[in-house]
Design a protein around this ligand. Sequence first.
Ligand SMILES: *[C@@H]1O[C@H](CO)[C@@H](O)[C@H](O)[C@H]1NC(C)=O
Length: 238
Amino acid sequence: MFLHHFILFATIIITKSQGYGIFSNILDSANTPIKIIEADISLIEEKVFGSSSNLAQFSVQASKPTLHLYYETLCSGCIILDSTQFKKVVSLLHQYVDIHTFPYGGARTRKHSDGTVEVTCQHGPKECYGNKLHACALDIIANATEALLFNACMMPLKSNDESADKCGQEMNIEVDSIKKCANSKKGLDLLVHYGEESKKIVFHYVPYVLLNGKEWRGQDLFSDTCGAFQNPPKPCHS
Ligand SMILES: *[C@@H]1O[C@H](CO)[C@@H](O)[C@H](O)[C@H]1NC(C)=O
């Protein structure tokens, strides 16, 4: 047990010092089994966003399958997937799967010469605002699973302020800071960040799902995620 922790600790130091580079490495080398490093993504993200990152929180298993969702808030296929199949995986398998979402999709980021940054979304400014609400929820809601479920709740409701209010009420989540974030530079910064992360891989449609680093185009995300385990956890058997 002690040795195990020591190895994880050592890995954290390495991955932290390499920052985001490691993230693209994982995605580029989808077939390479660098399991321990994969498990550290969440830690790196926390560090970059400056939210609470401490070693005591770090209790993930080294061999978790990874699930990445690239989406935008107003694409109908994204709405369907996120609020049904993806939500089911989050609800039942969040303890067992390393899940990351990227609310940016097919948006574009332009950096102007005066230093300002502009993001244009496929479905217009309302979608950019929705993407920002999602990005802010991921940043602000301390429990990552709750954040994913909050976003899945907003999806079929257009991911606007009203949806945030409704889902916040249902889930007992304070949404004022999330809305405030979405209306501030912080929201734009987060959206730009998710754009940079999304550009690290190549996809031509959304929703785009990577299951263990491989493109998923199946029918049943839950059973396929269960299929990614050597020893599927309990929820996979019921
Ligand atoms: C996070 O939220 C999930 C879903 O509501 C819950 O099952 C889990 O216990 C929470 N984790 C913590 C550390 O509170």
